[in-house]
Design a protein around this ligand. Sequence first.
Ligand SMILES: Nc1ncnc2c1ncn2[C@@H]1O[C@H](COP(=O)(O)OP(=O)(O)OP(=O)(O)O)[C@@H](O)[C@H]1O
Ligand SMILES: [Mg+2]
Length: 283
Amino acid sequence: MRATPLPELMLEPAFDPAGAARDAIGAGRLASKGLDVRHGTILTLEGINVSFDGFRAITDLNLYIGVGELRCIIGPNGAGKTTMMDVITGKTRPDNGHAYFGETLDLTQMSEVEIAQAGIGRKFQKPTVFEALSVFENLELALKTDKSVWASLRAKLSGTQKDRIEEVLSTIRLEGSRHRPAGLLSHGQKQFLEIGMLLVQDPQLLLLDEPVAGMTDAETEFTAELFKSLAGKHSLMVVEHDMGFVGSIADHVTVLHQGSVLAEGSLEDVQANERVIEVYLGR
Ligand SMILES: Nc1ncnc2c1ncn2[C@@H]1O[C@H](COP(=O)(O)OP(=O)(O)OP(=O)(O)O)[C@@H](O)[C@H]1O
Ligand SMILES: [Mg+2]
C-alpha cells in the first residue's frame, strides 16, 4: 500500500506565473511542490469499475493524464464521463480499481475536501457563483476556503492574495467587472468567474464538465484560448460534446463508451476510427 503524505505537504501552491514549468511536460517538474509526479503522470486510473444497482456505469477503465496535458474526453450521453469525474473527486467510490493523483495520493482513500485541497479543482456544468456578491468577492471567497463566508470577507487579504486575484481577474477577462454583482454577469462570464474561482486556488489538475455548453461563439473561442494558456501550468481534463471546440484545443482525445476507453489519439484519428463512427452514428 502506498503511503499518503501529510496534508500540509499537499497544500503547497503549484502555480508558476512565469510559466517556467511549461518545458517540464512529461518530465514531472511542473506542479510538483508537494505532489509526486516524478514519472510525468498526474492522474492514473486503472481497472476502475463503478456500478449503480447492478448497472455498470464504468467498466475496467484505464486512463492516464500527463503533467501539464490538456486532454479532451468525448463520448455519447451516458458513456460515463461525469461518473469518471465523480470518481476522481471522491464523490463516487469505485467498486474496485486504482485512482492515483501523482504517484502517491490514493484518491479512493481521500475525502472530497482532501482531494480538492490536494489540488484537484472541478467545474460542474451549471455555474455556482454567489450572485449577490461582486466578482472580486467571489474570487476572494474561493481563495479563503477555510473560513465561513462572513469571516472570509472580513479577513484582510494579504498582498500575495490580492496579486493572485488580480492575475486571475485578468486571465478570465473580468477586470472591468470586478465590482459587479455576479448575478448580473452573462452566462458565459459566470462560467469564467467560476473557472477563476478554481484558479485562485492553483489546482494542479482541473476537471471541466461541458464548459462551453450554452456559451456564445465568442465566449467559446475565448474559452479555447484560455484553456490552451492554462495547459502546461495546469493539467486539464475537459469533457465536451462540441467537436469544433474539442478540435480547437485538444492534441489528445479519449473516447469513452459504455464506461470504457473506446479510442484514444488525435481528434482526426479517433473520428476516423470505425468503432467510434459506429458508436456515434448508432446513437
Ligand atoms: N447516481 C447514479 N445512479 C444510477 N445511475 C447513474 C448514476 N449516475 C450515473 N448513472 C448512470 O451511469 C451512466 C453514465 O452516466 P454519466 O452521467 O457518467 O454519463 P455521461 O457520459 O456524463 O453522459 P452525458 O454526456 O449525458 O453527460 C448513465 O447510464 C447514467 O444514467
Ligand atoms: Mg455528463
